[in-house]
Design a protein around this ligand. Structure first.
Ligand code: ZN
Length: 87
C-alpha cells in the first residue's frame, strides 16, 4: 500500500469518527429542531476503495467501506454479539 493510500485511510477513519459524533449529537437532541452541522465529506475520499488483497492477488475494489476502512468482506463487518456460555 502506498503512503498516499495510508493517509487517505487515516482521513477516512477521522471522517467516520466525526460522523459518529455527529449522529450522537443529533440523537442527544432527540432528532428535533435544526440538525447539527454535518462533518463535510473530504473530497479526496471520493472513490476510495477497500484495497485489501483478494485471493486473485488484485486489490479489492469494493467501495462500501466500514469505519475500519475495509469492506465487509475484508474485516469491515462487526463480529456480532459475543456468545456467552451459561452453565
Ligand atoms: Zn474488500
Amino acid at each position: 500500500m502506498t503512503d498516499h493510500q495510508a493517509e487517505l485511510r487515516k482521513l477516512w477513519k477521522r471522517y467516520c469518527k466525526a460522523s459518529e459524533r455527529w449522529s450522537e449529537a443529533w440523537a442527544a437532541q432527540g432528532y428535533t429542531g435544526e440538525p447539527p452541522p454535518r462533518p463535510p465529506f473530504p473530497e479526496e475520499l471520493r472513490g476510495l476503495c477497500c484495497g485489501a488483497k483478494t485471493r486473485a492477488g488484485t486489490p479489492c475494489k469494493r467501495r462500501d467501506l466500514y469505519a475500519s476502512g475495509r469492506c465487509k468482506l475484508h474485516g469491515g463487518l462487526s463480529t456480532g454479539p459475543r456468545k456467552t456460555r451459561t452453565p
